[in-house]
Design a protein around this ligand. Structure first.
Ligand SMILES: Cc1cc2nc3c(=O)[nH]c(=O)nc-3n(C[C@H](O)[C@H](O)[C@H](O)COP(=O)(O)O)c2cc1C
Length: 337
């Protein structure tokens, strides 16, 4: 019988399936149900800089109003201006205590000071690791890519230094050379890369002439890009790899492990199929491992990574050229159906 045990950032996991950050996990009952269905770890919903700033701003306003009535209040409750995000921390702690599997926190800030301060606050809740959300939504034509990267690497370095628990980075796919970026973060002690985040894109409501942001769940094809970068990164970074986006089946998990992932994250599959999806995925993965005679996840990890396959052109540009040259045949084939 195959064992599905794996390690992620030095943490032992019973299998490679992690539930990615989402709204379901904020309810301790759901967190327990996810654990019971077989999830090996959970990423708690992100704490956003906007939440921290907005809530402390609102609290500041309330304090100001209150100060007019009783100036003593600020002396009695000096920490009151951060009471908002503290509720987030309390709930995170509750979820952590309601399950026996590891819980990973998730942080999504803007200012360097906020990143470090709230990473420390989150560590205090007893979480097992912290995931940082790094991306940049371009709006400034004059801002050079290198500046953005330097800032993010510096933030990662500060957070890693400030915490005792391991730190991962959930990456955006939108970098000119994600591999160089990964190398830079690897060098400052990031312990895992989550590839990739799913970023909202605006749409236009043509009836009401306004921009809308609708949430769209992933499709299975969305896992091709993370698979590519997992296969390229495996064996070239000291950090672990967690493949995320478009993981729906045991076969998808098998592919990501073969490409070099230690773990995968699933969210859309759980929203679409319910908690039992996790049980099914694990069963299918185990059946496949037994069929292929893989005794453990370590046995098969990275077998199909760029490092371990013979073709020097695998995962590289030459493959694209080959596909493009054959595209007429491929299109004809599809057009007939
Ligand atoms: C309802 C919902 C809420 C989410 N909230 C967060 C979040 O707070 N932080 C985060 O990093 N990702 C969040 N995500 C993104 C997921 O963690 C995940 O990266 C994305 O859904 C892609 O994985 P999937 O293809 O398995 O869905 C959210 C996704 C959904 C559907």
């Amino acid at each position: 019988m195959a064992t599905m045990k794996t390690t992620y950032m030095g943490i032992g996991l019973k299998n490679p399936i992690i539930i990615g950050a989402n709204n379901l996990v904020t309810d301790p009952k759901n967190a327990k149900a996810l654990e019971d269905a077989g999830a090996a770890a959970i990423v708690y919903k992100s704490l956003f800089e906007e939440q921290i700033q907005l809530e402390s701003y609102e609290m500041d306003m309330q304090m100001e109003a209150y100060n007019e009535r009783n100036a003593e209040m600020t002396k009695l409750f000096p920490d009151l201006d951060h009471a908002g995000p503290r509720e987030f921390l309390m709930n995170l702690k509750k979820v952590k205590q309601s399950v026996s599997i590891p819980v990973i926190g998730s942080l999504n800030c803007v200012n360097r000071d906020t990143w470090v301060a709230w990473a420390k606050e989150m560590e205090q809740t007893g979480i097992d690791a912290l995931e940082l959300n790094f991306y940049h939504v371009p709006y400034d034509f004059n801002l050079e890519e290198g500046v953005i990267i330097e800032e993010q690497v510096a933030i990662a370095k500060d957070v890693v230094k400030a915490l005792k628990i391991p730190v991962s980075v959930k990456l955006s796919p939108f970098y000119t050379n994600p591999l160089n970026y990964i190398h830079r973060l690897d060098a400052v002690g990031v312990k895992a890369f989550v590839m990739f985040n799913s970023l909202f894109q605006p749409d236009i409501d043509t009836e009401n002439l306004r921009l809308v942001y609708k949430y769209k769940f992933s499709h299975p094809e969305d896992n091709r890009l993370p698979l590519r970068y997992t296969g390229l990164a495996y064996g070239n970074v000291t950090a672990d790899i967690c493949t995320s986006r478009g993981i729906f089946t045991g076969n998808d998990v098998a592919k990501m492990l073969l490409a070099g992932a230690n773990t995968v994250q699933m969210v859309s599959a759980v929203y679409k199929g319910g908690f039992s999806v996790i049980t099914q995925v694990l069963e299918d993965l185990e059946t496949w491992m037994n069929k292929m005679n893989f005794k453990s996840v370590d046995d098969l990890r990275g077998k199909m990574s760029k490092k371990n396959i013979k073709s020097p052109f695998a995962y590289r540009r030459a493959q694209y050229i080959d596909i493009l040259l054959r595209s007429d045949d491929v299109l004809k084939e599809h057009a007939l159906h």
